[in-house]
Design a protein around this ligand. Structure first.
Ligand SMILES: NC(=O)C1=CN([C@@H]2O[C@H](COP(=O)(O)OP(=O)(O)OC[C@H]3O[C@@H](n4cnc5c(N)ncnc54)[C@H](O)[C@@H]3O)[C@@H](O)[C@H]2O)C=CC1
Ligand SMILES: CC(=O)C(C)=O
Length: 262
């Protein structure tokens, strides 16, 4: 009896934080993983690859700027070249900017949209095209946020992009379900990463409050008011990447505060 084929996954923004957590967890789950992030983060990616290989996993580093659709297509191509097929794509890469709306420029908003929304748009489409060509179906998973369910002061531009990911996810799921592709987004609350540190620091600066006030502000919302760990998000993504999650098609699901189907 031949052993089942090893499943493969791409994770963008895999050099640190949530993306690193997801990559290490999927490798632990038995996936061969393609680790994508900006060229400037290659050293971090190599460290992640080293840890995965030390634990007996398979990983390849593919420097990729998700705002460039050709680079995302090349990322999928490299993954198939290295591992034979694409089964799961996690569009995790993202950036945050903290500013009141009246102090933001359109360029500031543009920078957020390019990474958080166009980057997910490029990723979803490259992944879907490959999965449809393969005729195998697959799992596409995107990074939204609790900020896609509730707008937070000083995260207006960020919320715009995450609301967009939620809409894109639900449309993609409907259009690609006939190909056996599920599309879901994870919407964490606060996760202890470099991004959250930046948000907390900037919110504190902008509002002159004590450090940690941002957590308080989120706590008064639908967030559970605790700082989650990347592994909390990774365990949810591990479920979304598993064959069991077939029915969660087109749903934007929230980790923080339970699951929200909509
Ligand atoms: N940290 C948090 O509290 C939450 C984060 N999220 C989302 O989860 C995702 C990961 O967030 P964190 O790990 O906290 O952020 P992070 O800032 O720690 O890591 C983000 C990674 O994405 C990479 N990246 C940025 N622009 C890129 C581009 N153009 N192409 C390729 N890679 C790029 C960065 O180099 C970095 O390695 C993001 O989409 C974020 O919006 C959602 C909810 C909460
Ligand atoms: C960074 C982010 O998405 C939060 C705190 O919701």
């Amino acid at each position: 009896m031949t052993a089942p084929r090893q499943r493969t996954a791409v994770i963008t923004g895999a050099a640190r934080g949530i993306g690193q957590g997801i990559a290490e967890r999927l490798a632990q789950d038995g996936f061969a993983v393609a680790l994508a992030d900006l060229e400037s983060m290659v050293e971090n990616l190599e460290e992640v690859r080293g840890r995965i290989e030390q634990a007996g996993g398979r990983a390849v580093v593919v420097p990729t700027d998700v705002t460039d659709s050709q680079q995302v297509d090349a990322l999928v191509g490299r993954t198939v070249e290295e591992f034979g097929q694409l089964d799961v794509f996690v569009a995790n890469a993202g950036i945050a900017r903290v500013a009141p709306l009246l102090e933001m420029s359109v360029d500031d908003l543009d920078a957020l949209v390019r990474v958080n929304l166009y980057g997910v748009f490029n990723s979803y489409r490259s992944a879907a095209r490959q999965m449809i060509d393969q005729g195998t179906g697959g799992k596409i998973i995107g990074a939204a946020s609790i900020a896609a369910h509730k707008g937070f002061e000083m995260l207006g531009g960020y919320s715009v992009t995450k609301w967009g990911v939620r809409g894109l996810t639900q449309v993609a799921a409907q259009e690609w379900a006939k190909h056996g592709i599920t599309v879901n987004a994870y919407c964490p609350g606060i996760v202890g990463t470099a991004m959250w540190d930046l948000i907390d620091e900037k919110m504190t600066e902008q509002s002159g409050e004590e450090r940690g006030a941002a957590l308080e502000r989120f706590s008064n919302s639908i967030s559970l008011g605790r700082v989650e760990e990347p592994r909390d998000v990774a365990s949810f993504v591990s479920y979304l990447a598993s064959p069991d999650a077939d029915y969660m098609t087109g749903q934007s699901v929230m980790i923080d505060g339970g699951i929200v189907f909509n």
